[in-house]
Design a protein around this ligand. Sequence first.
Ligand SMILES: Nc1nc2c(ncn2[C@@H]2O[C@H](COP(=O)(O)OP(=O)(O)O)[C@@H](O)[C@H]2O)c(=O)[nH]1
Ligand SMILES: [Mg+2]
Ligand SMILES: [Zn+2]
Length: 277
Amino acid sequence: MIGKVVKVISNNYSVLVDGKFYNCKPRGKFRNLNIRPIVGDIVEINIEKKVITDVYPRKNELIRPPISNVDQAIIVTSVKEPEFSSVLLDKLLVIIEYNNILPIICFTKLDLADKKKLKEIKEYIDYYKSIGYQVYLNTELDKMKGIFKNKITVLAGQSGAGKSTLLNKLDSSLNLKTAPISKALGRGKHTTRHVELIELLGGLIADTPGFSAITFKGMNKSDIRDNFIEFNLYRSNCKYKDCMHYNEQDCAVKMKVKEKKILKSRYDNYINFISEE
Ligand SMILES: Nc1nc2c(ncn2[C@@H]2O[C@H](COP(=O)(O)OP(=O)(O)O)[C@@H](O)[C@H]2O)c(=O)[nH]1
Ligand SMILES: [Mg+2]
Ligand SMILES: [Zn+2]
């Protein structure tokens, strides 16, 4: 039988098969082969023996939290408390793109923003939409409800940004804990003992924030460049085939920044990222 691992507590695996959960142990040989099933894995199980016999190849794999086969990540971005950070947003976008996961942006706390801030955020929203990203507000629940079906979704974003609040609004039976920002920050890194995928609107969603360790691990400078997706629209016009869009002459990307076709903050963040690498 083929199933999906939805929960792991030490060596106990909960495997979902046709809407039913089976508690399984991994097959003994896995230890020697250095295979450790994780949440999200498609597995072969022997129902009588309650054993996972095989793990199918993963399309991707997050390290923290350990989840595989992730289809999409919602980047939950508050405009206030905590303050909007284009640096964090672009960093998450690049890392998520690199992992072959579909990024979806959701802005929260627009009710806390003044007119000036709203105008600024609106410009960001329009830009990110224009380069092809799905962008939602956390008040657009009906629009969002269709995106989860048959997908594994993780949430990313700062502590206090409103991730748990968003999930509770999408499905009030989830009853996830939410905390005011001061407390959320004061609590520091809470240790999550287990990872679990929970059912939400026809799909599965991780109840813990993904990408908690936000680094460019495994990425080199050109990986960072290639995952600023809109740069790729213009790079064929750069003079040098391997242009980093930095010090090179006749760079089409730098030209588009000048022409305001590429958002200045995107380019600045890119330069920062490749400089810190
Ligand atoms: N004003 C306002 N507060 C919000 C909004 N979304 C979440 N919050 C509050 O922000 C705090 C942190 O939310 P939470 O969902 O726990 O954030 P998480 O750490 O990302 O899961 C809580 O006090 C929420 O009530 C929003 O859209 N507007
Ligand atoms: Mg939370
Ligand atoms: Zn260039």
